[in-house]
Ligand binder design. Structure first.
Ligand SMILES: Cc1ncc(COP(=O)(O)O)c(C=O)c1O
Length: 497
């Protein structure tokens, strides 16, 4: 019987042309241009229901011209997305991405190499290993170091604690944890991904020992007391987790003291540097990470302060063999061993099976801009945050909650309450504080809806506060003034109502 496979559908071939690509390129370039100018809204005023109604339609069964699809993206998707490239986008820890890395995404998808297995990505796995090598060297982790790209800091911390668990409970992979109740110690400001990993790993969130902060950093004396207590209970410590660039305030734990303590006690130190790891590139800010070389594992997200597009994240480990041992995986049909040398199959060291080669866009960014230049961009984000802090300090209607150590600033609108108490935001009565909590919450919502800027909020010391993260090197002092003036005007309106 003769089989006949017809010609490839015409659309598939048409879409491989420069003309097709050009439609997407134009869309992106227009988006870059319109946001770079600082014109237009930063985000949408539409409700989730309005947006859901826009896309509530039957499954498209037939094809349609690519130009129509791109026109739909232009009309229905771009305008109501968060415009992170807008200089007054000052919200979460997601970047206004570097353009060269954005364009690399197209190549990464076109090549579609799966990064778990060398034979599926002969160059990509090598580039990943090289980028990891560079980053381990920057952190001072030594010659046995290695690691893997991950989907984000959350996965990186999960994998780090898996490796730490494999050291503390060597047969945990096969037998589970049984009746042993090992402990993970972390600061009260640790990212929620730490507790999530502890739950996922079967360690159990009841077995987290939370250490309080002092000045938004892990209190090292309290850490020492916690470790003594855990030891007195005869329990094992799987790991201490320190944070380098906390989510709320961007503060750095004292890694030198914590690292030495862990070294003395033989405890695995994991540093969650998802946010602040890029300070390794910066001459001015590198010292915040002094002591990071004492860590057994480090989570570092280039998709945060190295300004890469999502996702680009890494787990670095001081001993690559420990990471490989943690994934006690047998899949002979896929992984081909190392023949005596280093195994290039990255799947031996990662949670993922099919995996994107995010390392390529980090490699492109390093080639294009250079590590020093990327470090200077990090400095610029921090300098912009410092500028905002100074502006807040100079105004009577806002109070800054901390001095920024990186690119995050938390502050509060207090209106004339500061003048009333005469204490720059200290010593408000509980009633004042509660009123200001409500006011600041409403203020953020109204301001973001206005489209003039976009900021976040968080809780600090039990109070609602406003929070800005500078993730765009194009934000100017005029943008910061615009945001503060806008917030101040809305704050006054709410206070008067
Ligand atoms: C300190 C810290 N760790 C981890 C994470 C999680 O990283 P990801 O969103 O890449 O999983 C964040 C995210 O904000 C963070 O601030």
């Amino acid at each position: 019987m003769a089989y006949f496979i017809g010609p490839v559908p015409a659309e598939l071939e048409q879409d491989m042309t420069a003309e097709a690509a050009g439609m997407f390129v134009r869309l992106v370039v227009d988006y870059f241009a319109s946001t770079r100018s600082g014109d237009g809204r930063v985000s949408t005023a539409a409700t989730p229901e309005q947006l859901a109604a826009r896309f509530d339609e039957p499954l498209p069964r037939g094809s349609q011209p690519l130009a129509d699809v791109v026109a739909r993206l232009e009309r229905d998707v771009v305008p109501d997305s968060n415009h992170l490239c807008h200089p007054r986008s000052l919200g979460h820890q997601v970047s206004a991405p570097l353009a060269a890395a954005v364009w690399s995404e197209t190549l990464i998808s076109a090549l579609n190499q799966s990064g778990a297995v060398w034979e599926m990505s002969p160059v990509g796995t090598i580039i990943e290993a090289q980028v990891i090598r560079w980053m381990c060297d920057l952190a001072g982790l030594g010659t046995r170091a290695g690691g893997t790209f991950t989907s984000g800091g959350t996965e990186a911390t999960f994998a780090a604690l898996l490796a730490a668990r494999a050291v503390a409970v060597p047969d945990g992979w096969q037998r589970g944890l049984g009746s042993s109740r090992p402990v993970v110690v972390c600061g009260e400001h640790a990212h929620y991904g730490v507790a999530r990993a502890i739950g996922e790993l079967g360690i159990g969130t009841d077995n987290i020992a939370v250490v309080p902060s002092r000045d938004w950093r892990l209190d090292v004396s309290a850490l020492e007391r916690t470790l003594q207590q855990v030891r007195a209970e005869g329990r094992q410590v799987v790991a201490v987790v320190a944070t380098a660039g906390t989510t709320a305030t961007g503060s750095f734990d004292d890694l030198v003291t914590i690292g030495r303590l862990c070294q003395r006690e033989g405890i695995w130190l994991h540093v969650d540097a998802a946010h602040g790891g890029s300070a390794l590139l910066s001459a001015a800010h590198r010292s915040h990470l002094d002591g990071i070389e004492l860590a057994q594992s480090i989570a570092w997200d280039p998709h945060k302060t190295m300004l890469l597009p999502l996702s680009a994240s890494m787990l670095l480990v001081a001993d690559e063999a420990a990471l490989q041992a943690a994934y006690s995986q047998r899949a002979p049909y896929l992984f081909h061993g190392n023949g005596g040398g280093r195994a290039w199959d990255q799947g031996l060291r990662t949670f993922q099976c099919s995996r994107r080669l995010d390392a390529i866009k980090v490699w492109v960014a390093l080639q294009r801009y250079g590590a020093d230049h990327l470090g200077a961009l990090y400095d610029r984000l921090c300098a912009t945050a410092r500028c905002l802090f100074e502006m807040i300090r100079a105004r009577p209607d806002f109070v800054a909650l901390h001095e920024p150590q990186s690119n995050i600033v938390c502050f509060r609108y207090v209106g004339d309450a500061a003048t009333l108490t005469g204490a720059a935001g200290q010593g408000f009565s509980p009633a004042d504080d509660e009123r200001l909590d409500r006011l600041n919450q409403e203020l953020r919502e109204r301001f973001n809806r206005s489209g003039e800027g976009w900021i976040t909020a968080t809780a600090l010391g039990g109070r609602r506060v406003l929070r800005v993260t500078v993730m765009n090197p194009r934000t100017t002092d005029a943008d910061l003034a615009h945001v503060l003036d806008g917030l101040g005007a809305i704050g006054r309106t709410i206070a008067a109502s």
